[in-house]
Design a protein around this ligand. Sequence first.
Ligand code: GLC
Length: 628
Amino acid sequence: MPKPRSFNDRLFALRLERSRDDLFGMLERLYGHRPDFVRFTEHLTDALKQAWEARPERLKWRDMSRDLESDWFQRPEMNGYVFYIDRFAGNLAGVAEKLDYLQDLGITYVHFMPCLKPRPGDSDGGYSVMDYTEVNPRLGTMDELEAVTKACHERGISVCIDLVLNHTAKEHEWAEKARAGDERYRDYYLMFVDDTLPKAYESTLIEIFPANAPGNFSHYDDIDRWVWTTFNEHQWDLNWANPQVFLEMVKVMLFLANKGLDVLRLDAPAFLWKRMGTRCQSEPEVHILLHALRAASRIAAPSVIHLEEAIVSPSEMLPYLGRGEHDGKEGNLAYHNSLMVQFWSALAARDTGLMRHVLGTHFPPAVTNATYATYIRCHDDIGWAVTDEDAAAVGVSGFGHRAFLSDFYEGGFAGSFAKGALFQVNEQTGDKRISGATASLAGLEKALEDSDAVGIEHAVERILMGHALIASYGGIPLLYMGDELALLNDYSYSQVPEHAHDSRWMHRPMMDWARAARLPDGGATPEGRVFDGIRHILARRAAVPGFHGAVPTEVLDTGQKGLFAFARRAPTGTIACVFNFTEGWTGLSASWFASHGAAKMHDLLSNAPVAGAGGSVVLPPYARVWIA
Ligand code: GLC
């Protein structure tokens, strides 16, 4: 008689059944033609089962509780904070000591920037990983990562870390074996005996780091091979057409999930699938892979969700949240790159026409079982992802507008309030990306240098408007470390040999704990006003049920080019959010709000009534209101 199956086994079987088609159905389309396909599926099932068996009971309980509140990541109390562990707190043990600070800010989600073991020397900020099962020894150990994650959970904070899928460091064990001639591992990467194919691919590829890592392939004399290296030479692209790569990455993913991590930020997934004659970005197979990876998490680590980092054009981005057959089954979170780009674009232009067009036409009011990660700044540069078509639709030249934005944020444009730096100028296309800290791009650095009181005021208001925007638009707002203290550009990176070539380090400062200790200061300093303001915004967001990520967002027209507005169509009533992108005073009539369903004339952000009946809402420079 067969032994009766344990509750645990039956639970696994149930979870496997529920997601079987999403996993194997998808994989069959990629790998089904291969003679080893059946064996591969057996190995994959074993890997899932083993991970499930190894999953600590505490996390299985977390799985169950999140089954019961599967919208946890869409809830308005979700407020994110993103930081480099060393720059924020020295190491993992240090992070544990800073949790009071984060909680006081209203943070319920932290993203530890790359913390797995990187290659020595320049590691692209940790995105060149040589061992996915170890923590960067400078930051601590895997046990410490597990412990700090647990400490976060005890305070209601969820934890995200990066999982780099597209490439490993060339020092990763797989790469070293490939380099040593092991055929099994050579098939983990994309290697070519001569440059015929690389040249053919290259003719349609774009360059990611044209200035310091030109081209997408690197030649190694010792093995006489060309290797696909989309990003830097030390980052070898994995061959996802090989099912063994999928299997290995599932093992890595579940290993990390079993350490308690809640969110895996899948780094650069757009590049996973290569197809001759294309840009090799966002190919349909990418979405099949991401759908299958998500199913694997759902089976063996169900409380874990995926954040997909696809910094692509507006129409290309949406599928990362699951469109068509992938609806509700791909990324739970994806960066809203367009919202970020449009924020800076409208600020510079004092015109929200392009923003309204892009956000109003390319994005549906809501997505299934998913939401955005909203942000105004992160550790990367800003690429002006404005298409020529979108620009033309509002009567401007795409090239001209992108060039204007680069000049404006570099600071060279006459009258610009910003101070930034160029990043990776592409001489061929004229494309110029921008580095810079939020506060410096928003005008604080320049205004302080000029002792310009009005300029300082405006800069503070711009920073706060940006945060009010990302806190209300829909999705988890990600506060980027130091922005709550209005930290400025950090020019010291040019003295660090490993960083000097990469201006992104300008906006990756050290946390200024001395400054933090002086705050709050009753608004006596610009940073004090920013700190109070951001803390207030996050607290108010958490108090507004209508900001749930599943609530539709509808872009509205105010008839004024300086204003951007949208309605959150909550079951409890509409919230009309309005933002003044200019340094001018203006207003909107009560009847405009009423016509959009927001008649209560109560501002949920200041939590106070606005104009009386028949009056209008006064909007000072850079005003932001959330009218119920
Ligand atoms: C992602 C990261 C970026 C890194 C790249 C390559 O885009 O955000 O910092 O350079 O991936 O790993």
